[in-house]
Design a protein around this ligand. Sequence first.
Ligand code: SF4
Length: 210
Amino acid sequence: MNDNHKTYLVLPHYDAGLLSPDELEQLAGLARKYDIPKTKITGAQRVAFLGMGPEALEALKAELQIPETPPHARSRVHYVQACPGSTWCRYGHQDALALGERIKAIELDGPLPAKVKVGISGCRFCCCESWMRDVGLAGESKGWRFSFGGNAAGRPRIGDLVAEGLSDDEAVTLVTKTLNYYLHTARFKSRSARFMERFGIEALKDAVLG
Ligand code: SF4
């Protein structure tokens, strides 16, 4: 429930806006069971139920086993956005959805200092706004381009280019090393954009490349 006493709940397990017919039926069943007034696909490509009463909110959280601690406090990235990529889009150079599944599953050395949002685009059109995400990945013909420290909020920032031409395995390894460096070095609550302004791209490259 937010400060205006309006309720909403972002549902787990539906990242990247990818929904099978069975999942759509499951969502519709939940919405009917709990009399949810509105369902929304969020800007982060997740599914939210809006406007239910407090009892329905608590019952839904229990039924869906939603943890009280946010993902970044549990050594995970906050959310992963991914476009249809080479599997479903004719412009795609790389499989954004497959890489998204792997990034989502990364287990880090410990809790992150702050939210980490990931944007994975299958080509340079960057439909997932990769440059403006903490972790940005964009597919090119020679592999993935990886940027770190982007932000689209009140003080927007374009991420710093860390590396290009990465395979899927190399991208997962480098993102993991970068996030571990960030969590071991940054102050608590320091988003990656502010962290990169203080430490700079060369310090990051020294720590994670080579
Ligand atoms: S970023 Fe490229 S591959 Fe992804 S949806 Fe947009 S045009 Fe298609």
